[in-house]
Every structure is written in structure tokens, then in C-alpha cells.
Design a binder for this molecule. Structure first.
Ligand code: SF4
Length: 310
């Protein structure tokens, strides 16, 4: 089957990376809030991946273009500094392990100047791999995995069809940490709805504490037309929390979580208010910042709805 190059969806911190597709869509295309839930997983032929790596190497070393490659390759290359690579798509860690190793070995051989390779990974992808397998990927410069946790509340995880439990997510995080690969996770404010808001926030703080990631980011739920959660909302079966309630959830998560050393932020464009800090050092400052905005309840202090993004 012809592989269709996916659109570029990547973590904000990968803005300067070269985006190399190994897959398209997501293997766990079931989460009810996510636009990948409407996608089908595509696995790219390894030879095609290698031909793109060859083209990248040729351009970086000799400024030569290969006509077979699509224009997007050169649009990315024109502003790429040669340091970071992000493997697309929704969970490139699903790429068959032996082929993933071969692709990374080839990358290292052709582009020895690359410093770090990154990928999204579902907890399921990580649980399928042994710590030794993950360590082998780290030796091939896979330096960071981005994992969507969404919630620590088993009830929410079940309702959104995440396909894993609180404990399984914690187990996956433990494997990543044991391998030495950096772990960056995201949680979603508002995913528990109105009734489940408090429990969602408390359980999310608990799972973050148990995972103890290197980076944690809070996003705010944005309903996407066509997704199952959008339909639940339309049928009146799911309530959105207010912007200030999302900040209350954020405050609970910051207050109740206990990290060893984690960069925590709500810088993502979906959020109504951005906080950032290294935890635990900045915890009190961030809580004070949130208390101030929660006390004022001034909508002018929030990111306007039209500026929010996915
Ligand atoms: S695992 Fe992640 S990318 Fe895949 S459908 Fe769920 S939220 Fe979306």
C-alpha cells in the first residue's frame, strides 16, 4: 500500500527538528478526544525511509536535491540545523523493532552529526519493549520519548478508550526511565468533565508523582468535530469545564504532585493561561501565580478562545 506522508504534528519542543516519517496515524486510534482516532496506521517501507535519509544527507553535505523527494523534505531542510530528528507519526515506536533499529543505525551512519532523535510513544508501545531494547535505541540516539498520559483516573482512561490503566502507564514510564531515555508526558485538563473534575486532577497528580517524568505538560481539552467525544458532548453526555475550572485543576495538579526534578509547563496553545517552572523548586511561585489569577477571575487575563490551538 502506498504510504501517505502525514501532516506535521509534533511537540512544541521539536520545532527545530527534521521530521522523518516512519509511520502515519496512530496504532491506538481509539482515544475518543483525539483526531488520530479517525486515522489508520500506516507503516512506511524501510527502503523508502532510507532513501529519504540519503536525500537528507546529500542535501546537508553537498546541497544536492533528489527529484524523487517531495518538496516538503527541502522546505524542512532549508531551516534545519542538523541537530535533532523527530520520527513521525502519532507513535513511531510502533515501527517493527528490527526495522526501527536498522533505520536508526542508518541515520547514525549517514548523519553522524545528529545529536538527538525523538518520537511519540504510547504506553502500549513501551510495554511491548524490554528495558534492554529501549537501551539499545538510546545507544542509537533515541534521546526522548513523548507520551500522552491524559489522566491518572482509571475511570477517565476507560471512558476515553485509552487502552491502558493508571498502573500500566506508570509501568511504561518506569521502563523509559530505566533505559535512560528522557520522558516527556502530557495530561489534559478538563478530560474528567464537570462531575469528574476533582478526581481527575487528584489522580493525575498521583500518576505524575509515580511516573516522575523529566518533562510534564498540561494541555486543555479542545473538542474536535467528528471525534467520539465531540458526539458525546453534542448528546449532552459530557460537560466541558470552564476556563477558570481548568486553572483550578492545574493548581491541584501542581500542588499535589511531587517530582524529583521535572520541567512542568502549560505553555501549549490549548491552555487559557501559561505557567512554567522547574519542580519542585518553583512550586510555590507557580501556585501563587495561579492563586492570583483564580482570585481575580478576570477573563481578560486568559488566552482568548480564538487564539487557542490544538
Ligand atoms: S494514543 Fe495518543 S495519538 Fe493515539 S489516539 Fe490516543 S491520544 Fe491520539
Amino acid at each position: 500500500m502506498t504510504f501517505i506522508r502525514p501532516e506535521i504534528i509534533r511537540p512544541p519542543s521539536e520545532h527545530a527538528s527534521y521530521y522523518l516519517p516512519l509511520t502515519s496515524g496512530c496504532s491506538n486510534n481509539s482515544c475518543t478526544f483525539c483526531n488520530y482516532s479517525m486515522s489508520r496506521l500506516g507503516i512506511r517501507d524501510l527502503d523508502e525511509v532510507k532513501r529519504e535519509i540519503d536525500a537528507v544527507s546529500l542535501y546537508m553535505n553537498h546541497h544536492v536535491r533528489v527529484s524523487e523527494q517531495p518538496e516538503i523534505v527541502y522546505m524542512i531542510l532549508r531551516r534545519w540545523n542538523g541537530e535533532k530528528i523527530f520520527l513521525q507519526d502519532g507513535d513511531a515506536l510502533i515501527y517493527p523493532y528490527a526495522k526501527l533499529v536498522e533505520a536508526l543505525e542508518y541515520l547514525n551512519e549517514k548523519l553522524p552529526g545528529v545529536e538527538r532523535i525523538a518520537s511519540y510513544a504510547t504506553p502500549q508501545d513501551i510495554l511491548r519493549r524490554s528495558v534492554d531494547e529501549l537501551r539499545a535505541l538510546k545507544d542509537l540516539k533515541l534521546g526522548i520519548l513523548y507520551m500522552g498520559v491524559e489522566s491518572g483516573d482509571d475511570g477517565v482512561l476507560k471512558r476515553i478508550c485509552k487502552g491502558v490503566t493508571h498502573d500500566q502507564i506508570v509501568e511504561a514510564a518506569g521502563k523509559v526511565k530505566a533505559s535512560g531515555i528522557l520522558l516527556s508526558v502530557t495530561v489534559i485538563l478538563g478530560l474528567g468533565g464537570l462531575k469528574g473534575s476533582q478526581r481527575h486532577a487528584l489522580e493525575t497528580a498521583r500518576i505524575l508523582t509515580e511516573m516522575d517524568p523529566d518533562y510534564a505538560g498540561a494541555l486543555t481539552l479542545t473538542l474536535i468535530p467528528g471525534t467520539p467525544l465531540w458526539d458525546e458532548f453534542e448528546r449532552g453526555e459530557f460537560d466541558l469545564i470552564s476556563p477558570f475550572d481548568s486553572l483550578r485543576e492545574l493548581r491541584t495538579i501542581v500542588e499535589k504532585s511531587d517530582f524529583t526534578d521535572c520541567f512542568f509547563s502549560s505553555m501549549h496553545a490549548s491552555n487559557y493561561f501559561a505557567i512554567r517552572g522547574r519542580m519542585p523548586a518553583d512550586k510555590e511561585r507557580v501556585i501563587k501565580q495561579l492563586d492570583t489569577i483564580l482570585a481575580k477571575r478576570d477573563p481578560a487575563l486568559l488566552r482568548p478562545e480564538f487564539l487557542r490551538g490544538l
